[in-house]
Design a binder for this molecule. Structure first.
Ligand code: ADP
Ligand code: MG
Length: 359
């Protein structure tokens, strides 16, 4: 549906987008995720046609977008501050999306009704916009964007102004809406959880570059770099030496854990001078009970800290020959006793759950 190739964008001397390449599929819920200032809005505005780029190409539905103004593109945008007009009625706000169409009153009313129905606001047309709740205003903004039946809906942090509970409700609702309409959604967000729960695929952006583009599961389980790994929750990072690479397996010596065969897929941006480290998520290691042997690897360690948090207990452990504290999280079950500081334990883990990360 959308193909971005070699996009470069400068604001004066500031390099805002750096060699951005990506494909967004038709009917996909796609997110651009990154910290503030990473270029997400700039990239979204590039797709919408509000930004001039310095080089690269934007194709939408196979058509080059060079010289195509925003209102002639099959996209529509919902902005960060959902600027609805408080002095107008809901229906007038939604009809505003049709202003360039010169339709008669009956047709306009029909389309407004249809669009309000899509966002769960059927019957709200005559209400005053200023009397709506935050979530309802956001739906009005959506209805206004959807009324032109865009093939792609671009959403720039549409939920960031809502409180947590409402935001979570709107997340499931947006996801349902996208599925039922079947159109492509491109969402900008700085919230990892939001991107992971809502999207089919996510492009993670740092400093104007896409660091990784993958499904939510792949981003969490197989992050490509230390930075992406740490962006999605806790990750133990250990020094690693790759001893030998055979196909897509790298025999690696991991600090404290010893030698293991890890999956290896070199990143496009990596070269001979690239450094790797190894990462293991805290929940993918376990303190073994006596006699238990269900894990592919077993490494002795000493408990250095215990933090009980109700559902989980977080243990800091140290492996022999390593000074790096490693966090192991254990689910608390009725028959599992807490370990104590200073206790010698065996840590079970799998080669398959350790990932090589670009440093
Ligand atoms: P994000 O949406 O990820 O927070 P933006 O795309 O808005 O990031 O901005 C990326 C970078 O470009 C930021 O450092 C921002 O200050 C800069 N920037 C954005 N718009 C402009 C502009 N119109 N002029 C100059 N710099 C800009
Ligand atoms: Mg932004």
């Amino acid at each position: 549906m959308i193909k971005l190739s070699n996009i470069e964008k400068y604001y004066g001397t500031y390099h805002a987008l750096r060699d951005v390449n990506c494909h967004i599929n038709e009917g996909e819920f796609f997110s651009l995720l990154g910290p503030s200032g990473s270029g997400k809005t700039t990239l979204l505005r590039t797709i919408a046609g509000f930004e001039e780029i310095d080089s690269g190409t934007v194709l939408i539905g196979g058509q080059s977008m060079v010289g195509v103004p925003p209102n002639m593109r099959p996209t529509n945008m919902v902005f960060q501050s959902y600027a609805i007009f408080p002095h107008m009625s809901v229906a007038q706000n939604v009809a505003y999306g049709l202003r360039s169409q010169r339709l008669n009153k009956a047709k306009t009313a029909e389309m407004v009704t249809e669009s309000l129905g899509k966002v769960g606001l059927a019957g709200y047309g005559e209400r005053a916009a200023h009397a709506l709740s935050g979530g309802q205003r956001q739906r009005v903004a959506l209805a206004r964007a959807l009324i032109l039946k865009p093939k792609v809906l671009l959403l720039d942090e549409p939920l960031s102004a809502l409180d947590r509970k409402l935001r979570e409700e709107m997340q499931s609702e947006l996801r349902r809406l996208q599925r039922s309409l079947g159109i492509t959604f491109v969402l900008v967000t700085h919230d990892q959880e939001e991107a992971l729960t809502m999207s089919d695929r996510v492009a993670v952006m740092f400093e104007g570059q896409i660091a990784q583009l993958d499904s939510p599961q792949a981003l969490y389980k197989r992050p490509a770099s230390k930075r992406v790994a740490e962006f999605f929750g806790a990750m133990n990072i250990l020094k690693a030496d790759i001893l030998e690479v055979k196909g897509d397996i790298a025999t690696t010596r991991i600090e404290g854990l010893g030698v293991a065969d890890l999956a290896f897929n070199p990143q496009p941006c990596a070269d001979a001078s690239s450094h790797y480290c190894a990462g293991v998520r805290p929940e993918l290691m376990t303190i073994l009970d006596d006699g238990a042997m269900a894990y592919d690897k077993e490494t002795p360690a000493t408990v250095t800290d215990v933090e009980y948090r109700g559902e989980l207990t977080y243990y800091d452990v140290k492996f022999e020959g390593s000074d790096t504290p490693v966090v192991v999280s254990m689910r608390n079950t009725s028959n599992r006793e807490l370990r104590e500081v200073g206790q010698q334990v065996r840590i079970g883990w799998e080669s398959a759950s350790a990932v090589l990360l670009l440093d």
